[in-house]
Design a protein. Structure first.
Length: 88
């Protein structure tokens, strides 16, 4: 919202004044500062979310490994039972 207000004000003033008008240059500076802060915030959030994705992928791999291991153990136990039942 703040950026939109500054851009609207800049657009309005730029129609009435030259680019050297002090208030217009001050607005340009404010817009530049704000967009710089926004860029930094977005980059930080993107990095945080990328780390979250990596953590979730690692967790997913661990869970899949656990499930596969449990399935192998289950199948081995069923084979042992089947063999036991055949010979007894």
């Amino acid at each position: 919202d703040q950026l939109r207000l500054l851009l609207n004000k800049y657009e309005d003033m730029s129609k009435r004044y030259t680019s050297n008008f002090p208030d217009l240059t001050a607005l340009q500076s404010k817009i530049s500062d704000l967009t710089g802060r926004m860029k930094h915030t977005i980059e930080s959030e993107l990095s945080r979310q990328q780390n979250q994705v990596w953590d979730l992928q690692k967790q997913s791999s661990n869970v899949i490994g656990t499930i596969r291991s449990a399935e192998v153990n289950k199948n081995q136990n069923e084979d042992i039972r089947s063999t036991y039942e055949v010979y007894n």
